[in-house]
Design a protein. Sequence first.
Length: 199
Amino acid sequence: MKKTAYLFLLLTLLLGFGQVSAQTKKKTTSTKSSKSSGGGGGSAGYTTGVGLRGGSFSSGLTVKHFFNPGKNAAVEGLVTTEYLGKGARVTLLFEKHWPLLPEVKNLQWYLGAGLHAGAYRARYYYVAEYRRKNKGYSYYYYRDDKVYPVFGADVILGLEYKIPDLPVALSVDYKPYFDVYRGYNAVYHDAALSVRFSF
């Protein structure tokens, strides 16, 4: 009788352990699959992207890295040049991404801000003084070949899509920025399309 009771108790413990082990393995497998399906950048579908950015006012290289995948926080670096000036600038942006449509995987919108610095030369400027001529205003332009530093602040609003099964991320953005250059300041509006190789 005692042997039967001990045997029954042992079988119960073994069955219970087997069920717990199976459930643990199932949870681990589902966690791994959800992580792998989401990619390193959470719902962004990747961790790092390197590519080109073509804008209405400036173009250049872009690198984006998700340093906090769980919260979809990213940092983006830009090295760009303007179409109207000789020189370049470096921009650093901190961005937050959110899913746009739950049924569309890897489609996100994002918002961010940052700073930039660089140098330019050989641009045309107009002198502040103007004269009245035929009930209008005439501006005096001149060319300046000196090299001047430029710095300022940026804001960015964009939409990004990581193509499934391809290491490509596409994004469109609107990036207004504030420039301080040669004692003057101005606000510019730049919209761009970026294509990145993602990994």
